[in-house]
Every structure is written in C-alpha cells, then in structure tokens.
Design a binder for this molecule. Structure first.
Ligand code: GLA
Length: 384
C-alpha cells in the first residue's frame, strides 16, 4: 500500500488543509465468478493493494477531487450534482456522492485526494476500492455511518446507476467487510457471510496477464444477459427461479434443449460454479488444500470453456503454473477477458513460483507479467 504520510502531504500542499485519511483494498476472488449478479456465492479476499483517500472540508460549496494516479483535478458544485457519469475517472467517486445525496444526505463542499496502487483494469477491483474509500471519506464529512453490507450495496448502486456498469456486489462487499488472513464466502442473496482462515503456509500469488480487463465493456454485459436468458427459460417451467442461484443441473437437463447454445453454456457455468464455491469454502475450512485446488482448476475450465470468459493469455498463465513446485490451485480471477490469475501456492515456494511463472510467460508471449505475492488483508478503514 502507498505511504499514507505521502498522501497527507500531497493533500496539504494542494488544499492547505489537514485531511482525514481512509484506505479501501482491492480484492482477488478465489472462486465464484459471475455468480454474484445471479444471487449466488463468491469467495473473495481483500489484498494488500488499496486506494487511499484524503478529505477535508471546504467553505465555497465546491467538490474538488484530485487523482494522483491521473494527475488531474476535477471540480463539481455540491449544490448541483450531475445525475449521471460523463465517462471520466471522477465518475467513480462522484457516483458515490450522488448515491449518498439520493439517500437524503446534504453533501457539503470538500476536497478529496485519491491515490491507489491497485493495478487499473486488471480485474482486482480498483473501481470498488475507489468507491469504498470515497464513501468512507464523504460519510466522515456528513457525520453518518452505515453497516458494512448496506454500504456495499450503496457503492454497487453508484457503479450500476451512475457509472452505468452492470457489476454485482462482490467487489464492494469484500473491500468493506474483509478480514486479514481470511477469505469470505458471501451469499449474494441475503449478504450473509462466513469467514474462512487462509492458513499461514498458503500465499496468494497474483499473476497479471497484462491484458486489460473492463466490466463496462461489451463482453461482461453480454454474458450477464445470456445467463439471464437461460434463467428465464427455466423460470417459464418452474416457479421460484428468479435467478440462476435457484436453478439446478437437473433443470438444464430438462429444459436446456429449449435454450440457445450460448445461454445454455453460461447457465451450466453459473450453476456449477455456485456448487463449487460452497464446496471450496468447506474444503478451506477443513484445511483440504488438495480439494480446494481441484475445485479451482474445475472452475477455470468452466470459466474458460462454458462461460468463454477467459483469453489465450489467461489460459496460458493457468497452464504454465501447472507442475511448478508449491502450486495448490490456479484460475483466472475477476470479471474476465484478461486481467489476473490467482494462484494458491505454498508460502515457502511462493517467490520461486512467481519467478518461474514470470519466466515461462515471458518466453511464451514476449510480455513481462507483473506477479505479486500477496496476503489477505483487512477491509476498508480510517487511517488517521
Ligand atoms: C466483476 C464485477 C463483479 C463480478 C465479477 C465476476 O469483478 O464487478 O460484480 O460479477 O466481475 O465474478
């Protein structure tokens, strides 16, 4: 994580005011992909990359937001908030401001400096980290607080309603509710969750294919629509299947023939993935790393095959990890079509694993991947 003292100085120099500081982490999803918007299960962990936010009040009614990553400032009038995003980085923080205003909070003028080290467009939820850091910062000015699950829903709405991306709730939820050294099994229907300790001997090795990922782009919403089309066919036969969470593999056997081929494949992924995710949490809880690794491998195959959510580089990154000393399980993580793989690796082998995987990937593609040995971090909080 970036040094908060540096952010404080940046903010002081620019705005001549003493800020309150907040941090919100990015995440890696161990298993459960494209299940959140189907009201199913996901099992992410927060990582030691975060967005930091520094905030101080202003008396001129303006909202000034400076991004150190983009080296740009954008300013808005607190009394005339835009209703929708404008396709700019400031949409993410402003989406949160707009949703909080819609909840009845009077938004005062403030200066906000944001600075993150969550790699952008890598499927590690840099957007959610910005939203959550902003939410905590703005709430501190408004003098309000929300329970974690409620705040996660507000941040998700910022992205759905203001930014215009159709993401589910996983990323915002884990950024707020994560616990150090734990993965979190989330039931995306009622937002109940279970924490599962990640044993000390296991490292999270995150390997960036360097292929850009985007939720707002075309493929993510297409996959979501295809899954929902499959669900509608099942629902036309069987009541109480509003989401694929409620569907079974038997439903696909019975009515899959009425589906177009792509929706059938997407549904097979989502239904199987829900089962795998619950089983993976049980495996982690009883310390059965072999079974967890097997489920991750199966999940990757399904994500790449039935869901067609992977890409050549991500498939190769998973394949190249096979047989390396210490590997427990590997799969593409996050929204798909690029981004990072997550590798569970024996801690004592992690550095060697990362080096060798990088070498193999560079030999295959001529691209040097960023590979990070991470640990599961705590959720968003105030720093000072
Ligand atoms: C992105 C979205 C999440 C989730 C994943 C896929 O990260 O923001 O809500 O749908 O993709 O599992």
């Amino acid at each position: 994580m970036h040094d908060p003292a540096v952010l404080r100085n940046l903010h002081r120099d620019r705005y001549h005011a003493e800020p309150a500081l907040f941090a919100a982490p990015g995440r890696v999803n161990l298993i459960g992909e494209h299940t959140d918007y189907a009201e199913g299960f996901v099992m992410p962990a927060a990582i030691n990359f975060a967005t930091l936010a520094a905030i101080s009040p202003r008396s001129d009614g303006k909202i000034a937001i400076y991004s150190e990553n983009y080296e740009e400032e954008k300013s808005y009038d607190a009394a005339a908030l835009p209703a929708k995003g404008i396709g700019h980085w400031s949409d993410y923080p402003m989406g949160v401001v707009s949703i909080l205003a819609g909840e009845g909070h009077r938004i005062p003028g403030f200066s906000l400096t944001i600075w993150g080290d969550v790699p952008l467009g890598s499927g590690l939820s840099s957007s959610a980290a910005i939203e959550v850091a902003t939410a905590l910062a703005v709430l501190s000015q408004v003098g309000a607080e929300y329970p974690g699950p409620v705040l996660a829903r507000l941040c998700q709405r910022a992205e759905n309603e203001y930014v215009g991306s159709s993401c589910g709730i996983m990323d915002q939820f884990i950024s707020i509710n994560a616990k150090e050294n734990h993965a979190l099994l989330l039931d995306c229907r009622d937002l109940s969750y279970k924490l599962a300790p990640i044993p000390d001997h296991v490292a999270l090795v995150i390997a960036n294919t360097m292929v850009k990922h985007s939720v707002a782009g075309g493929d993510y919403p297409t996959r979501r629509r295809e899954s929902e089309a499959a669900c509608a066919i099942i629902a036309s036969h069987r009541a109480n299947v509003p989401f694929l969470r409620d569907a079974t593999l038997e439903d696909l056997e019975k009515w899959g023939s009425e589906m177009e081929p792509k929706p059938l494949m997407r549904a097979r992924h989502v239904i199987g993935e829900n089962l795998r995710t619950v089983a993976a949490c049980e495996a982690l809880l009883r310390g059965d790393m072999k079974e967890l690794g097997r489920l991750m491998a199966e999940a990757h195959q399904s994500y790449s095959g039935d869901f067609e959510g992977s890409c050549v580089e991500a498939d190769a990154m998973v394949e190249l990890a096979q047989g390396l000393p210490g590997l427990i399980g590997a799969r593409l993580t996050g929204g798909g079509f690029g981004g990072c793989t997550v590798n569970l690796v024996e801690q004592k082998e992690a550095a060697g694993f990362a080096a060798e995987l990088g070498k193999r990937y560079t030999a295959r593609f001529g691209i040097v991947p960023q590979i990070h040995v991470c640990h599961a971090s705590s959720g968003a909080h105030r720093l000072a």
